[in-house]
Ligand binder design. Structure first.
Ligand code: ADP
Length: 377
């Protein structure tokens, strides 16, 4: 008989930090969470040392049944989460080019677990997997196809674990079978992305080859004319790495207002700061613009779902977005919108499409997927 999977450790291993959460999956309950920082820069020397600290923090547990890992990029190789083994690790290592910063850290976390938790199965859960059902018309870029064939240049999308989780939760909330639910899911946080979900499957998403595309984000510009980037690179004599930093780390809300934190920007806008006001309107405009497009793509949404730090907590930003959705017959219930961090309908009863907040929980989603993948084997 198969051993029941009870305790699942979830690892989110970044280049200089390692976040973890421990779940009891028989109750769906979190038992512990923590963070090890400054890996390789003053703290633990590598991910194995960092993990030793996690083991000590957890009091040397001997009863961990499985470990789920957040992995940035599965490209077209991994359309679902997988149990890690030698062959799958070799396949993952070929994908490092798609995330040169994150992938080595993600895979380093898995290798560290293989060493320290001997015999405990590891499952990789990819941020891109949920989006692998996108049709080519949404995923391909209009450039010479040789770049797709040679280099895999296409749209992949990210935050897939979150979009999938809130899709499942929204289907339950709306009392619709997952295979019949049509949604526009909006993950609005420091990084933001939208997904068009038709019959429970992703058919489009706003991030691209990398997480740079789509929304106006904390420090990322989102959609921009590629020629604008070339002009700046030429004028400022930037290398590709410098341009990457400019667009990923020094743009978005930060460049527009001096802060990447939505709370600060809302406070400034309240006081009449014009730059903050414009930044929030740019953010809301782009979200509304994509909601309109995705509603068409899926043939009419059963609900618009909002999640992430901003989606769950910022009534100001939600109001600015919904204000722009009148053409879809969507109306905000201002009183109902006065909520934070909980599942709630924020549209009026006569709104043609309901707008629903569903808090995301990526770590729990990874733990659930770990159980599912190992249960299938
Ligand atoms: P990450 O993408 O790093 O996981 P989060 O999903 O935690 O980020 O989202 C962070 C964003 O959520 C920040 O811009 C923060 O200002 C915003 N946020 C969190 N709480 C609130 C709040 N009460 N009001 C407005 N914005 C909030």
């Amino acid at each position: 008989m198969k051993k029941e999977i009870r305790k699942v450790l979830v690892i989110n291993s970044g280049s200089s930090s390692l976040k973890y959460q421990l779940f009891d999956m028989t109750k769906g309950e979190r038992l512990a969470k923590g963070l090890v920082e400054r890996i390789g820069c003053g703290g633990p020397k590598d991910h194995t040392e960092a993990l030793k600290q996690v083991v000590a923090d957890l009091g040397n547990p001997k009863d961990i049944d499985a470990i789920g890992h957040r992995v940035l990029h599965g490209a077209e190789v991994f359309k679902d989460s997988v149990k890690m083994n030698v062959a799958n690790m070799a396949k993952c290592k070929k994908l490092v080019k798609f995330g040169p910063l994150h992938m080595p850290a993600n895979l380093g976390g898995i290798e560290a677990c293989e060493k320290i938790f001997k015999g405990v199965p590891n499952v990789a859960v990819f941020d891109t997997a949920f989006h692998q059902t996108m049709p080519d018309c949404a995923a391909m870029y209009a450039i010479d196809p040789k770049y797709y064939k040679k280099m895999g240049i296409r749209k992949y999308g990210f935050h897939g674990t979150s979009h999938k989780f809130i899709t499942q939760e929204a289907a339950k909330f709306l009392k619709k079978p997952l295979a019949k639910v049509n949604l526009v899911t909006c993950h609005l946080g420091n990084g933001s992305s939208l997904a068009a979900v038709k019959n429970g499957q992703c058919v489009d998403t706003s991030m691209g080859l990398t997480p740079l595309a789509g929304m106006v984000m904390g420090t990322r510009c989102g959609d921009i004319d590629a020629a604008a980037v070339l002009s700046i690179m030429e004028a400022e004599k930037l290398t590709p790495a410098e341009a990457d930093t400019l667009l990923n780390k020094k743009s978005g809300l930060l460049a527009l207002t001096g802060s990447s934190d939505c709370r600060d920007i809302c406070a400034k806008a309240d006081k009449g700061d014009k730059a903050a006001e414009l930044a929030l309107e740019m953010l809301a405009y782009r979200v509304a613009f994509y909601i309109g497009g995705y509603n068409t793509v899926i043939g009419g949404a059963d609900a618009i779902v909002m999640t992430g730090g901003i989606g769950e907590n910022s009534k100001e930003v939600r109001e600015r977005i919904v204000r722009r959705l009148g053409a879809l017959g969507i109306k905000l219930d201002k009183k109902a919108n006065n909520v934070r961090g909980q599942t709630a309908v924020i549209s009026t009863k006569d709104s043609k499409i309901p707008v629903v907040i569903i808090p995301t929980n990526e770590e729990l989603a990874i733990a659930q997927d770990t159980v599912r993948v190992l249960g299938k084997m």
